[in-house]
Design a binder for this molecule. Sequence first.
Ligand code: NI
Length: 181
Amino acid sequence: MALLKIARMGHPVLRRPAAPVDDPTDPEIARLVSDMIETLADSGGVGLAAPQVHVPLRVIVIGVPDQRAEEEEASLPLTALVNPEIEAVGEAVVTRPEGCLSLPEMMGRVPRPARVRYRALGLDGAPIEREVGGFHARVVQHEVDHLNGILYPMRMTDLGTLGYVEEFRKGMSEDWEGEGR
Ligand code: NI
């Protein structure tokens, strides 16, 4: 187990599309995921994509903490998804604050589809398929974006809502409920 160094916005690894994993049961992938989970636990984040730790592969780890689970959505322990694919369900879009471990101390309000369906492989190679909304839908979209070289400011429609968490805390308490990852 090891804490991994997190790439920050501006590093080219965050802008390149990541490559699919050939064998999700490869012990190297299990080791990567174990280190990603340890790194996430250390940072207090709820999602991490392999390119953020300088590994250009299609692997993400996501979780939905109890306090983030909404009425119809269950919480989710930190879970690895290999080669995830995602599609929006319906037309509804919601705009909520997001943060990212690659943009430390910052947050911004990001519009995203409210519900998504995703497919992925687990570390045992078994398929995972879910349809989700709420925080779960947001975190999986944020992390899959990382696999395609997209950071959340690139999804924002109002850059006036991008700023430092500390400043939002001081002045706009209703807006600062960041979802740090
Ligand atoms: Ni992120």
